[in-house]
Write a protein that binds this ligand. Structure first.
Ligand code: FEO
Ligand code: CA
Ligand code: CA
Ligand code: CA
Length: 603
């Protein structure tokens, strides 16, 4: 074991080597357990999971498909009882049903898919003696699906752009979908990003109004029928029949897991795009700042600064006040510039002569409440067609901004830029200092320092912490650390922090020939940039939603078996083994003998 004492506090474990095993591989001396799988009970009424006879009624009471973000909200000081909130991003029908015909989905299958989307809320108990996390039946248990009513709130609520034949008020939406990453707020709720909502809408090409068509094109809505063909069963998925329905997705949603009867909210003040997620930092004056990425090649990084101030405490009254903070404030988009000559950014990823990819940046205001800051756009248009407003002000086109999160230990903000095959290609944006590689295959991790360490500042400086890939490739960078000692890392997606301020990064789409996983990396001190792999996930899976507490690390294993084609070629038999079908699941990992994660000898 690595007990030399050289590792930074919290990252003292033997790194897991790159591998392609069909299981979760963890460091020596650690234990693991599947906490909950697709189809396991969430509500009392849930029947036992039966892959071969799945129904909408069963699914809406069971854990949904393709778990992505997970949030843990302690209900006691020792972190024994916790609320667990999990996103179910999307469905993989070919792996979910015994007899799925993509050309002819049945209504039963489509309704099951609607019930497999959304979120789950559960009470879980951490066992301090044995480790691990166990779901408990409780009053908190909740499934949110595509049939759950949401309230649209903030400055665009009630806008003409959000009204449909089903909802002439423009304030009530049935369901949430493509909930990717997210964050736990300081007031104990969960924010969740509606990401690739566009893929569920059909026939954008049949929309007659050219401006509406152009807006839909900018958001990637499809022509012809949709992949899942929901439009055959509900007209709202047909963009030509219900053109405003797609405007009701692509928001940050907020769920209060403390109250299973609460109506979840879609926050229009945070703008509409392919929201990866949203995470909060509170300024010294109590205003809250939400950082957000738009996960698309050449799209943008945003932040929202509230006008109201945080009320302390976890009472229902404080929570109600704090849940309104994200309705009033200013939405900004980021513009970055580099400090090295453009001639030194050659697209290879090799460092410029000043030794760093770095520079400064500004947050450009898009709208404050009902006031637009973008010429030619009303405030409502800024919120509903945020991408077009950000295009207009000249925001910096990034290499797919995924998760972005402020580090509670140093206030710096870390953003995973996962990859961008088109960077520098003909007809696309060229490389620049903040996106320095042509055809960026392995992605990079950006570190932002707000001026005066104030998250409400409109000025910042930035540097790349990691330029990912094989450390033997000259076009990679590991925070200045000795590349002989680091784990290879590719396609960063989610970011999280441990108590010591170490950054933990999970990956999606490893281009180095081994499986995706979870990595820890110190961001300060002599170990800055020392990337160590903590775990790998099974065949075809990506690693999502990491949570790092003192005693347990959890990850969501999303789409295991994606390398296969369906039940006769499942690609993976994880987690149940044998000849079973793969099931997306949440996994807990802990040290044996009750030691703390990454701390040799500490209990
Ligand atoms: Fe759902 Fe951007 O990952
Ligand atoms: Ca530089
Ligand atoms: Ca993601
Ligand atoms: Ca992803």
């Amino acid at each position: 074991g690595n007990d030399s004492g050289a590792a930074a506090l919290g990252t003292d474990f033997d790194p897991v080597p790159p591998n392609t095993q069909d299981r979760v591989v963890i460091p020596e001396g650690y234990e693991q357990q599947v906490v909950i799988r697709w189809g396991d009970p969430v509500l009392h009424s849930a029947p036992e999971f039966d892959f071969w006879n799945q129904t909408p009624e069963a699914q809406q009471a069971q854990f949904g498909y393709n778990n992505d973000f997970a949030g843990l909200i302690p209900l006691d000081n020792a972190g024994i009882h916790n609320l667990l909130v999990v996103n179910h991003e999307y469905t993989t029908e070919t792996h979910m049903f015994a007899d799925y015909d993509p050309d002819k989905p049945t209504e039963q299958q489509v309704r099951t898919a609607w019930a497999a989307h959304g979120m789950s809320v559960l009470l879980v108990r951490r066992d301090p003696a044995r480790g691990g996390l166990s779901p408990l039946p409780s009053w908190y248990s909740r499934r949110i699906t595509l049939r759950t009513e949401f309230e649209l709130r903030g400055p665009a609520a009630g806008s003409e752009l959000l009204k449909t034949s089903e909802d002439p008020s423009g304030t009530r939406v049935l369901g949430t979908q493509n909930n990717c990453a997210g964050g736990v707020t300081p007031w104990g709720t969960v924010l969740s990003g509606e990401e690739n909502f566009h893929q569920y809408f059909a026939h954008a090409d049949r929309v007659s109004d050219p401006e509406t068509r152009e807006r839909m094109r900018r958001y990637g809505l499809g022509t012809g029928s949709s992949t899942r063909k929901w439009e055959r069963f509900e007209k709202r998925w047909d963009a030509s029949r219900e053109p405003n329905e797609s405007n009701r997705f692509g928001w940050v949603v907020e769920v209060d897991p403390h109250d299973p009867n609460s109506t979840p909210v879609k926050h229009t003040a945070l703008g509409r795009f392919k929201h990866e997620g949203a995470t909060i930092r509170t300024a010294d004056d109590g205003r809250v700042v939400a950082y957000m990425g738009d996960d698309e090649r050449f799209d943008y990084i945003y932040k929202f600064v509230s006008s109201g101030r945080l009320k302390n405490g976890r009472s229902a009254h404080a929570r109600r006040h704090n849940m309104s903070l994200l309705d009033h404030g200013t939405l900004y988009v980021a513009r970055f510039s580099g400090d090295s000559p453009a001639s030194e950014i050659d697209g290879s990823g090799e460092l410029p002569s000043d030794g760093e990819f770095d520079g400064s940046g500004e947050w450009l205001p898009l709208a404050t409440g009902d006031t637009s800051h973008v010429p030619g756009f009303t405030a409502e248009e800024v919120y509903v067609f945020t991408r077009l407003a950000a295009d207009e002000v000249g925001a910096t086109k990034m290499d797919r901004p995924e998760d972005i999160e402020p580090n509670p230990s140093n206030g710096r903000v870390y953003c995973a830029l996962t990859n961008n095959s088109n960077r520098g290609a003909a007809g696309h944006a060229p490389v620049d200092e903040i996106n320095p590689r042509i055809g960026n295959k392995h992605g990079h991790v950006l570190e932002i320092r707000e001026n005066h360490d104030d998250p409400t500042s409109t000025r910042m400086s930035w540097g790349l912490l990691l330029v990912c890939g094989d450390p033997e490739d000259a076009g990679t960078y590991f925070g200045g650390f000795d590349k002989d000692q680091v784990s290879p890392i590719s396609c960063p997606d989610n970011v999280a922090f441990d108590r010591h301020g170490n950054l933990w990064v999970s990956t999606d789409g490893n281009e180095l020939g081994s499986h995706d996983g979870l990595f820890a990396v110190p961001v300060t001190g002599p170990e800055r940039g020392h990337v160590k792999q903590f775990l790998t996930v099974p065949n075809g899976a990506e690693t999502c939603g990491p949570i790092i507490t003192d005693d347990v690390v959890t990850v969501c294993v999303q789409h295991p078996g994606d390398n296969g084609s369906g039940p006769s070629d499942p690609g993976s038999h994880w987690p149940d083994g044998g000849d079973s079908q793969p099931r997306p699941s949440l996994v807990a990992v802990w040290r044996d003998h009750g030691h703390r994660v990454g701390e040799i000898g500490r209990r």
